[in-house]
Design a protein around this ligand. Structure first.
Ligand SMILES: CC(C)(COP(=O)(O)OP(=O)(O)OC[C@H]1O[C@@H](n2cnc3c(N)ncnc32)[C@H](O)[C@@H]1OP(=O)(O)O)[C@@H](O)C(=O)NCCC(=O)NCCS
Length: 203
């Protein structure tokens, strides 16, 4: 019998999506710094969690401490251990954030720890964000993504985001352009039914 914390037959990790708390920030920062060339500072997460009523930030947690040893490399274990405190809950392996702006949902951020990518965590985080947007009656969902970030674009396309525009030199580190991607038909019965079916069939 397989333990709930082990990857399933398809190699997906068993993670649960939970609201981000202040206690999660050290682990979030480890992932943030290893995922983005211009990482958000810690205070940005504090602000989102304590001051911004329109922010919805979540983390993906491995199901059980044992899974850290079973599911990742020694380097990943080390990085995670360094970010954790003695009485920390189960390890955070990814996070995502959404801002609700009237009837528009904006995916503010999404990242998965490098040692845990390609195993369904980003997919589950994005789905959680889309379901949150739905609960808040979003009409459309939008985001920016680097032109060069083909992996993220592929994830967004899977959920029917389409390119609707370009922000020239949007990223300050290398003046890279951003694609604006949107689910224009988010608020339709067809999309709602599709997302519900995908969610029901997913890990
Ligand atoms: C983008 C990111 C969040 C994806 O997370 P992940 O856990 O690796 O993604 P998943 O394993 O859930 O894969 C979901 C989908 O993403 C796409 N994808 C993931 N890895 C991919 C790869 N190596 N090549 C191409 N597409 C890939 C696929 O569409 C995949 O769906 P599929 O498995 O049905 O083909 C992760 O790569 C990451 O943290 N990147 C750094 C931060 C970042 O770029 N964030 C986005 C900013 S806009």
């Amino acid at each position: 019998m397989s333990l709930p914390s082990q990857p399933d037959a398809k190699g997906y990790l068993n993670v649960r999506i939970e609201p981000m708390t202040l206690e999660d920030i050290p682990e979030v920062m480890v992932i943030e710094r290893s995922s983005f060339s211009r990482p958000w500072p810690e205070r940005a997460y504090r602000y989102e969690l304590t001051q911004n009523p329109n922010a919805h930030f979540v983390v993906a947690r491995l199901d059980g401490h044992a899974s850290v040893a079973k599911q990742t490399s020694a380097l990943g274990r080390l990085r995670i251990r360094r970010a954790r405190t003695d009485n920390a809950p189960d390890a955070v392996v990814g996070f995502a954030g959404l801002w609700m702006q009237v009837d528009e949902a904006h995916i503010a951020t999404i990242a998965v720890h490098p040692d845990f990518r390609g195993r369904g965590v980003g997919d589950k985080l994005l789905r959680a964000m889309l379901l949150t947007a739905q609960q808040h009656c979003a009409r459309i969902v939008t985001l920016e993504v680097r032109v060069s970030n083909l992996v993220a674009q592929r994830l967004y396309q899977k959920y029917q985001f389409e390119v609707v525009g370009l922000r020239k030199a949007y990223y300050q580190d290398n003046r890279e352009d951003a694609l604006i991607m949107t689910i224009t038909h988010f608020d339709t019965p067809e999309y709602r039914a599709w997302l519900a079916a995908v969610n029901a069939a997913s890990h």
